[in-house]
Design a protein around this ligand. Structure first.
Ligand code: SF4
Length: 308
């Protein structure tokens, strides 16, 4: 949304005069949202890290909404995956540094809160009750796999998303679950099932930018390939994907027979400009111009060059 769109939404939903200056829009949002935070009975947050030796829940954010959620309502509930656990407070130093730097390039994220249970004694803020919900949801199963367990190293910095050419084009809402981008493409099928979200590992160009920038060095392209092979194998066991396998078998056979390959190439080059795009190519071609085959194949060009 542009700030003008935001102004329209505010006028329509909040009944305020049209305001297009971003700083003033922030003030309006702040006034409305503060009221909601103060009136809420329960605040729910996630957690970036859980410190085993002190029991602290560490919440890292730039906006302050998590800090409000954890301090103003009477009850605070934090929900965190079990992989967020670090042994000691001193282990946090390296993670907090990596998180801010890889997420937004900041030396440290703006708000880093250490929450240790409900409000005590003379403390002026904090909840009366505090609950921590630890989520497994497929994580223990993942831990048993020596290669795939590295998916749980993720600190959710978002660097792989920002560098992924696919994510940058399609945006986060096109991924089916809370985790998007390259990390979503490997985590979602593993937490759910490879049959349910089996298309996700294929939504990648395998350019490797994600692994290059990942601060905890998760081998995302390698895991994408592993998951692809698992998805294909699962399809085969279910008796699906027969057409695709047949197409690849034919392709392999043509590639292994140079004469057939050249004949198919020359027929294809002549026919391609005459045949309108069909099937999945139709949608693709509605926005783009299909590349036209060269008048001369590489082999023809090479033979002509050699015979001179
Ligand atoms: S996979 Fe790596 S780069 Fe992507 S969000 Fe997780 S830690 Fe960050």
């Amino acid at each position: 949304m542009t700030r003008y769109d935001v102004a329209d939404v505010f006028t329509k939903r909040l009944g305020v005069d049209k305001e297009v200056v971003p700083e003033n829009q922030t003030k309006i949002a702040r006034a409305v949202l503060r009221e909601k935070f103060i009136k809420a009975d329960i605040g729910v947050t996630g957690a970036n890290f859980l410190v085993a030796d002190s029991g602290a829940v560490v919440v890292v954010e730039n906006e302050g909404n998590a800090r409000l959620s954890s301090s103003t309502p009477k009850i605070h509930i934090a929900v965190a995956g079990i992989e967020k656990l670090v042994p000691r407070a001193q282990d946090l130093a390296v993670f907090l540094d990596l998180l801010g730097r890889s997420a937004t390039g900041q030396p440290l994220t703006v708000y880093t809160s250490f929450l240790s249970g409900p409000r005590r004694g003379a403390e002026v803020d904090g909840p009366d009750e505090f609950y921590l919900i630890l989520l497994d949801n497929g994580r223990t199963k993942l831990l048993t796999d020596p290669e795939k367990r590295q998916s749980l190293y993720c600190i959710r910095c978002g660097a792989c998303l920002n560098h992924c050419p696919v994510y940058r084009k399609i945006g986060g809402h096109n991924y089916p679950w809370v985790y998007s981008g390259p990390i979503g493409a490997i985590i979602t099928p593993q937490f759910h099932s490879i049959t349910e979200d089996g298309w996700l590992p294929f939504a990648s160009s395998l350019c490797g930018a994600c692994a290059e920038v990942c601060p905890v060095k998760i081998e995302i392209p390698k895991l994408l390939l592993k998951l692809r092979s698992e998805v294909t194998e699962a399809k085969r066991r279910q008796g699906a994907g027969g057409l695709e396998r047949l197409a690849f078998r034919m392709f392999a056979w043509v590639m292994a027979h140079p004469k057939v390959y050249r004949l198919a190439g020359s027929i294809g080059a002549k026919l391609a400009p005459l045949v309108p795009p069909v099937g999945p190519l139709k949608n693709w071609a509605s926005q783009r111009t299909l590349p036209r085959p060269a008048k001369q194949s590489f082999h023809q060009w090479w033979d002509a060059r050699e015979s001179k």
